[in-house]
Design a protein around this ligand. Structure first.
Ligand code: FE2
Length: 168
């Protein structure tokens, strides 16, 4: 393996762990968004996409001769981290979760922009095409979250005001 190929393999593994982590985050956030059906539907749609992305990345790793045994360890650590994070969410968990998700999608966008260049440099057209397809899904999710955030915040604030008035 030359240097470009080594980097590509390492970054594919990182991206795979990132998507596994996103599955945990999306699952946890979707389960808390019962009161916000539009947001929940979009999160569930991206959850399906994200599972497919993780599988596609695993396919790229295997096709390049990598093995996936170490992937599980890393994914396990990321999941533990995700659970720890979801424990932090309090009453405003939905707003913080949506903010975290918005930031995470942008990290994914950055990762795929780098992976596309790495695949191109290593001469792997298939991996490049996979990463370009995933990038489109991440950009779409990031832009939808951006569009939903203000409404979500407004709705959360309205509901918490109503709850406060009722509690008095
Ligand atoms: Fe993703």
């Amino acid at each position: 393996m030359n240097r470009a190929e080594e980097n590509l393999m390492a970054w594919l593994r990182d991206a795979h762990a990132m998507e596994e982590h996103d599955v945990t985050m999306l699952n946890s956030l979707a389960s808390r968004t019962g009161d916000y059906p539009d947001v929940r539907a979009r999160l569930e749609q991206h959850l399906l996409e994200t599972r497919r992305q993780a599988e596609a990345l695993e396919g790229c790793i295997l096709r390049r001769g990598g093995d996936t045994s170490t992937l599980k360890d890393l994914a396990g650590k990321m999941i533990a981290f995700g659970q720890g994070m979801s424990g932090m969410f309090a009453d405003d968990e939905i707003v913080k979760g949506a903010m975290a998700s918005y930031a995470f999608e942008h990290m994914e966008v950055a990762a795929y922009r780098v992976l596309i260049v790495a695949a191109e440099t290593a001469g792997d057209a298939h991996t490049k095409a996979v990463c370009e397809r995933i990038l489109k899904e991440e950009l779409s999710m990031a832009s939808d979250l951006e569009a939903h955030l203000p409404d979500l915040a407004r709705e959360y604030l309205r509901r918490s005001q109503v709850r406060r008035s009722q509690a008095r």
